[in-house]
Design a protein around this ligand. Structure first.
Ligand code: MIC
Ligand code: SF4
Length: 645
């Protein structure tokens, strides 16, 4: 029986476990990436593990999220990241070099290899046949120390593409169509593997756009085969030596299949406030808009930017509309300059911003109050733009540019003749903004500014937890809800005591003080708790404030791992109707925990206020149970590595 591509890569990287569904496996990670929102913690944790230089084939740190430098913290963090990277053997991509996923695709991706990144959109590299998974920073730290990455053997869904995209439909529309079908939770526990004739019609960066947004379905990742188109991309990057052909075996078997006929895809958009709120662009045409933001790791390739420039050429953005363009990398920016396309953008009134995440995670370019912003990014959660009552629509670069010119939501098909773009045979290649690590034995001092206090220490799990139910939440709570993005909060990513003051800031600003006063606290969520970004601060900060268990109907994958990594129990309600047994402020007690914890074990929660007991399930493997008992992954990994020495 033939293997699918996911199985082939897993089998060539398998270090622990059996490749059968329901089993935990450990796989070797070839590459890792972290950035200036997740890397501070990852490197502090790596230092605490005490593993010396990184053990991967290549590990990278990117400065791309926190670049606005409204005060000293960002620069302090960058000096910390650069010096710690040099010391521990990581490459460091300097501010200005571009967004991690775009640069990684251009310069470091490798078909058939594995990549673990402390960012949910690490999946982007799946566009060129990498098995690329987003996780919390602590998981990356452990992988850098040479330990395998553990996950449950995933189900693999075959997304079979037929046909070809019609003029004005784009890869972003394919991603939105998949989200329309799967919703923000339909991909949980799965890897989406693309196959079929339609794959050949998509360029490497178009595939990367689709792989990027696959994470919004809750999937572990997505992957495309690496073929002639991929090869062309590697040739253009002057990296033919890193290219290999990878594909599923003939007759490969999958756990499920979804057919997508590319020829039937029309321009789509995700309405506020969720990426799966997908409708045809025609459903909103004519609506006045205030801002258009083009860029982010989803749509910032040279191909995307050329299309935008071609639409803008000779036009002018009308008054009252602000057009922001953030090319994904220095390479893309240089391509725009050399081709003259940048001049077309600027002449049309576009505002060029840095080659960073920027507007995508609320670091600048907040829309006007109540404003309507069309964005080519991947998340339109409430408040993420920095304006609490703004309405964000997610669209393709073509729809964004067509709408920018009209000042209203516009179906790009109304522009008539489709734009044709010609990509250079060779991109501008210049890796001088990527600083290599120090040579072995060289002394490097780690630079720590006042924004980098020591890591908080957490003890083992006690046998009994008694405390207050601090917050009752609904379905699909995002990590942006738990620890919001935005320049003023992001700058505190290395300072746990300071950033913890912002936990649930947009939902209940009194949360941090109430949590501290309670000493031990609990949270109640609904379905898909913790969807969205990989930020481990959404677990670490609640833990710092005393949260010891989250009770929910179900959890998003990355967040569940992060909770466990910081010693918080992710407890699933056995019976969802039991939600009604809880009120905010109830006193809860979890007894005999140390003996109850084990695979699939039932943990009863006594609601002392309501006089009821509710059963929950702790759905973890025995390894994860050990991590919880130890008080988190850091303590567990330290002990494990010390045992090996
Ligand atoms: C995001 O898009 O939400 C981020 C900012 O890139 C996050 C990373 C973080 O918040 O630390 C992600 O996607 O993981
Ligand atoms: Fe950066 Fe936005 Fe991509 Fe996250 S989704 S990595 S913030 S560009």
């Amino acid at each position: 029986m033939g293997m699918n591509l996911v199985q082939k890569i897993i089998s060539s990287h398998l270090v622990e476990g059996k490749m059968s569904s329901g089993s935990e496996i450990g796989i070797r990670m070839d590459q890792t990436l972290i950035h200036d929102a997740t890397g501070q913690m990852a490197l502090l944790q790596y230092e605490a593990i005490g593993a010396g230089r990184v053990k991967t084939k290549r590990s990278l740190t990117y400065a791309d999220h926190n670049t606005l430098q409204v005060s000293f913290e960002n620069m302090d963090d960058h000096h910390f990241l650069a010096s710690a990277s040099r010391k521990f053997g990581l490459y460091y991509s300097r501010v200005g070099n571009g967004i991690c996923h775009q640069v990684n695709l251009e310069r470091f991706s490798a078909p058939g290899q594995t990549l673990l990144g402390a960012d949910s959109h690490t999946t982007t590299a799946g566009g060129v046949g990498m098995l690329a998974i987003g996780v919390g920073g602590l998981d990356v730290a452990v992988a850098m120390a040479g330990e395998p990455f553990h996950l449950m053997m995933p189900e693999v869904t075959n997304i079979r593409l037929t046909g070809f995209l019609l003029p004005w439909s784009s890869a972003k529309d394919v991603a939105l169509e998949i989200l329309r079908r799967l919703t923000v939770s339909g991909g949980r526990g799965k890897i989406l593997e693309f196959s079929g004739e339609g794959v050949k019609t998509l360029s490497a960066t178009e595939r990367a756009t689709i792989a990027n947004m696959s994470i919004e379905t809750g999937a572990i990742t997505a992957i495309f085969p690496s073929d002639e188109n991929t090869r062309r991309y590697f040739v253009a990057q002057d990296r033919l030596q890193d290219w290999t052909e990878v594909a599923a075996d003939p007759g490969a078997v999958y756990d499920g299949e979804t057919l997508v006929d590319l020829s039937k895809i029309q321009p789509l958009m995700a309405r506020p406030h969720s990426p799966d709120n997908v409708v045809p662009v025609t459903a909103e045409t004519g609506k006045k808009i205030h801002q258009i933001a083009i860029g982010s790791c989803t749509n910032s390739s040279l191909e995307d930017m050329f299309r935008v420039a071609a639409i803008l050429k000779g036009k002018l953005v009308p008054p009252g509309v602000s057009l922001i363009i953030a090319p994904g990398s220095r390479q893309v920016l240089r391509g725009l300059i050399d081709s003259g396309a940048l001049a077309d953008m600027i002449a049309a009134g576009a505002r060029l911003v840095e080659t960073t995440c920027g507007f995508c995670n609320g670091v600048g370019q907040a829309p006007r109050s109540g404003g309507i912003s069309l964005r080519t990014s991947n998340r339109n959660f409430p408040g993420r733009s920095g304006t609490p009552d703004a309405n964000l629509y997610l669209v393709s670069p073509e729809t964004a540019a067509a709408s920018a010119v009209a000042g209203a939501i516009t179906d790009p098909r109304t522009l008539g003749e489709p734009v044709r773009v010609h990509l250079p045979k060779k991109f501008f290649v210049d890796d001088r903004m990527i600083v290599p690590p120090a040579s072995e034995g060289e002394t490097v001092e780690i630079l720590r500014g006042p924004n980098i206090p020591p890591l908080p220490q957490f003890g083992p799990l006690p046998d009994e937890l008694e405390g207050e139910l601090l917050l009752v939440l609904g379905d699909n709570v995002t990590t942006d809800d738990i620890v919001p993005a935005g320049a003023n909060i992001l700058k505190l990513r290395s300072n746990v005591p300071a950033i913890s003051e912002y936990v649930f800031q947009n939902i209940d600003p009194s949360f941090p003080s109430r949590a501290k006063a309670s000493g031990t606290g609990f949270l109640l969520g609904g379905r898909n708790y913790g969807q969205g970004s990989s930020r481990e601060h959404a677990a670490l900060c609640p833990r710092y404030l005393g949260v010891r268990a989250v009770i929910a109907e179900s959890f998003a994958r990355i967040h569940k791992s992060n909770l466990i990594n910081f010693g918080i129990l992710p407890l699933e309600l056995k019976n969802p109707a039991d939600r009604s047994a809880f009120r905010p402020g109830d006193k809860l007690c979890l007894a005999n925990l140390r003996s109850l914890i084990g695979r699939g074990s039932i943990i009863p929660i006594q609601n002392l206020t309501q006089g009821k007991t509710v059963e929950t399930r702790l759905n973890v493997t025995s390894r994860l149970a050990q991590i919880l008992l130890a008080g988190g992954l850091l303590a567990y990994a330290r002990a494990k590595l010390a045992g090996k020495q």
